[in-house]
Design a protein. Structure first.
Length: 492
């Protein structure tokens, strides 16, 4: 036993990536034996998906094998882990596969370690690997010092006794150190992996295999009840429907939300079972479940006349009032031809009306076509004048500058009015500047350059427009003197 315990700790060092190094070799696929009792069976659909990935990227991770002569088949190696990779390489038609050669004593721990490292491994398969690890750990460390030979007693113990033993024996410490699985998660996975074998096979590959809550509820049932659920899943694959149905053979009660019909039936049967026998007939009579005998009409009595009921308009009553009204005879050939002619005439009238309406609509459309084309061209022209996408609209100053130059104002004067004096479009000088001649506009530009403000420039333009014949007589000195005099009169 000490040798086994030492082996387990040596295995832990290998799992944690110690100094042990392995070499990747190429092995013929037909020389590898796949054990039938592997913890995780190969999913054929997953193997095909992996085959497509390997075909694109190649084999990234090697498989693990150990040397053996399996069942006298002449196969030199036995698979430890990598069953899906091996099957994918077989699907692709490869003759050899990359593998690492390990020892037979490491096979179980390597398989458990490789599969538990898979990120999307379902809860059911994780539980199976944890159960296998528990069995291996007890075989290596379950000494008689823990209250007798636990290796032989563990399988027959209750779930509570197994839980207490694993807590006291230090198992969870090794589980956390090797696989980073906490005590709570490890115990839940152990319960899931302890489900009945047939039930695990029935749930494998379904959406319930990763539903931890449902799996733990199933674990609370007895093994016969779990076996009964596995048999029921072969007929009805919906686990929820199976759990709603009670199983008298195993004593399992229905679990989960019942259908409306099933719930009402159960309510009725429970109420019927609790009802006294002398009141059952009266209850059936109230709901009309008992057929009462009908007394025949005495032959000595005259037949009763039908009495009309106000508001009774049933077909039977109308027939009794006028029996001949419901009689009919088959139509003759002439009558059928006449009906056919009437139907065709109505169809022709409808077609003529539709054609007339269509012609009227086309005529109105042709009459309005010219007006429509004009409106369309006008809208298209207006759209073309809009700013193009990606080009920002001109700012107000640029628009005013373009407006002045378009009216006939020189570019120099327009630039000085807009950018130097900062005039607006509604200023008087803006509206009157285009009336100046070229020389007059140059004169106003020189005045603005000499430092006059907007009011002085507007005054000068007004003077020029009032006496255009004397506009050329003003010299620059007279103008400046005039501006100085007006500046003195300005209030501070």
């Amino acid at each position: 036993m000490p040798e086994l315990r030492l082996l387990s700790f040596q295995r832990v060092s290998v799992l944690k990536g110690g100094a042990a190094l392995v070499e990747t070799i190429s092995i013929p696929i037909d020389k590898i034996h796949v054990p039938e009792d592997r913890i995780r069976p190969v999913d054929e659909a997953a193997a095909h998906a992996l085959a497509r990935l390997i075909e694109r990227e190649g084999q990234l991770n090697p498989i693990a094998v150990y040397k053996s002569h399996a069942k006298g088949e002449g196969r030199q190696y036995t698979l430890i882990y990598g069953g899906r990779r091996l099957r994918a390489m077989e699907i692709l038609g490869f003759k050899e596969i990359n593998a690492v050669l390990r020892l037979k004593a490491e096979a179980l721990m390597l398989e458990i370690s490789d599969n538990l490292s898979v990120a999307n491994l379902p809860q059911l398969e994780k539980g199976e690997h944890v159960v296998r690890y528990v069995e291996w750990w007890i075989e290596c460390n379950g000494s008689p010092g823990w209250g007798g030979d636990r290796r032989s007693r563990f399988q027959s113990e209750t779930l509570h006794e197994k839980s207490e033993y694993l807590k006291k024996s230090g198992f969870y410490k090794d589980l956390s150190g090797n696989f980073s699985i906490s005590k709570t998660v490890g115990w839940r996975l152990f319960q899931i992996g302890s489900l009945e074998r047939s039930l695990r096979d029935a749930l494998r590959g379904t959406r319930y295999a990763d539903d931890q809550g449902r799996l733990l509820k199933l674990r609370k049932m007895s093994l016969p009840q779990q076996a009964g659920i596995a048999e029921a899943l072969k007929i009805q694959p919906d686990l929820d429907r199976v759990l709603r149905i009670a199983d008298p053979t195993s004593g399992r009660q229905s679990v989960g939300r019942m259908e409306t019909g099933d719930w009402r039936e159960k309510q009725f049967t429970d109420a019927w079972a609790g009802m006294p026998r002398d009141r059952r007939a009266a209850a059936l009579g109230k709901i009309g479940a008992i057929m009462k005998p009908i007394d025949p009409w005495p032959a000595s009595f005259p037949s009763p006349l039908p009495i009309p009921v106000p508001g009774n308009t049933s077909p039977l009553w109308r027939m009794m009032q006028n029996p001949y009204a419901t009689l009919s005879a088959k139509l003759t050939y002439d009558q059928l031809e006449e009906m056919k002619a009437e139907i065709e005439s109505e169809a022709d009238e409808l077609a003529y009306g539709a054609q007339s309406l269509s012609d009227k609509i086309n005529a109105e459309e042709a009459a309005r076509r010219e007006t429509f084309e004009k409106q369309r061209a006008k809208a298209k022209a207006a759209k073309s004048r809009k700013a193009k996408r990606g080009r920002p609209p001109d700012p107000p100053r640029v628009k005013l500058f373009k407006k002045l130059t378009k009216q006939g104002v020189s570019a120099g004067l327009a630039k000085r009015l807009v950018y130097t004096l900062e005039v607006q479009s509604d200023f008087w000088i803006t509206k009157e500047a285009h009336k100046l001649s070229g020389n007059q506009q140059e004169e106003i530009s020189d005045l603005i350059d000499s430092g006059c403000d907007l009011e002085d420039a507007a005054y000068r333009v007004m003077k020029i427009l009032q006496k255009p014949e004397e506009a050329g007589r003003y010299s620059a000195i007279d103008v400046l003197w005039d501006f100085d005099q007006r500046s003195i009169l300005k209030p501070f």
